[in-house]
Ligand binder design. Structure first.
Ligand SMILES: [Zn+2]
Length: 233
């Protein structure tokens, strides 16, 4: 596969489908990453006391570190405004995705579920841009939304999360073996470790809750049947 992962923020790739990206990269597939912002609006941990420029520089470096750990071969970090992607027109957002598709020529695109996981408006618009761009390109590209299963979301305390409705889950990828890479990539994002600390209180433990990563095939529209265990199915 030639996988293009597209996200709003540095750290989405690691806290999100980091296990799946690491798995396929290590199995010899090519993995590319496009991140729309440098995360300069972050308010977690040490970000509280940093100027936006300083944060942007730091978070870009953190992203490059995580990409190396996950085995991503090429990272594009754009400078769209963190927290304000919903001020960008659909036409512009979609055209950025289409240009990256034309450059990378992926057969598989991965982004967050269109409910945004945490409901972050940046995640929501990136999902829509990806869906519209992939449909318009229609060049044998499969688009997957990554999300939590309802059970995973229910084990994470004190956060309002928007899981994939169970009937929409088309793929469940076992990533237990690759969690060390995912956890190492998460730790590249030093400025975001408050999130990691929060995940330590997950019922049953982080690892238990992260062993399977869930996806919904968006394009082409899937023939619903048994949940597949490999994105290539
Ligand atoms: Zn994010």
């Amino acid at each position: 596969m030639r996988i293009l992962a597209i996200f709003a923020h540095p750290d989405d790739e690691s806290y999100g489908p980091g296990g799946t990206l690491a798995k396929y990269a290590r199995e010899g597939h090519e993995v590319f990453l496009l991140t729309f912002t440098r995360g300069e609006a972050g308010t977690l941990g040490i970000c509280k006391n940093m100027a936006p420029d300083e944060k942007a520089r730091m978070r870009r470096q953190e992203l490059l570190c995580a990409a190396r750990v996950l085995g991503i071969r090429d990272v594009q970090v754009l400078t769209y405004p963190d927290g304000q992607l919903n001020t960008i027109s659909y036409a512009e957002g979609e055209s950025v995705v289409m240009k990256e598709i034309d450059r990378v020529r992926p057969d598989t695109v991965i982004t967050f579920h269109d409910r945004g996981i945490s409901g972050h408006p940046d995640h929501v618009v990136v999902a829509r841009w990806c869906r519209n761009a992939v449909r318009q390109r229609d060049a044998d590209i499969r688009l997957f939304y990554f999300g939590l299963s309802p059970q995973q979301a229910s084990r994470i305390p004190n956060r309002q999360l928007f899981p994939i409705p169970p009937s929409d889950i088309t793929h469940a990828i076992s990533v237990k073996e690759y969690l060390p890479f995912k956890i190492k990539a998460i730790h590249c994002h030093q400025s975001q470790l408050e999130l990691w600390q929060m995940l330590q209180s997950v019922e049953g433990g982080y690892v238990h809750n992260a062993e399977v990563e869930y996806f919904m095939q968006v394009w082409p529209p899937p023939a619903y049947g048994a949940v597949a265990v490999d994105l290539q199915e």
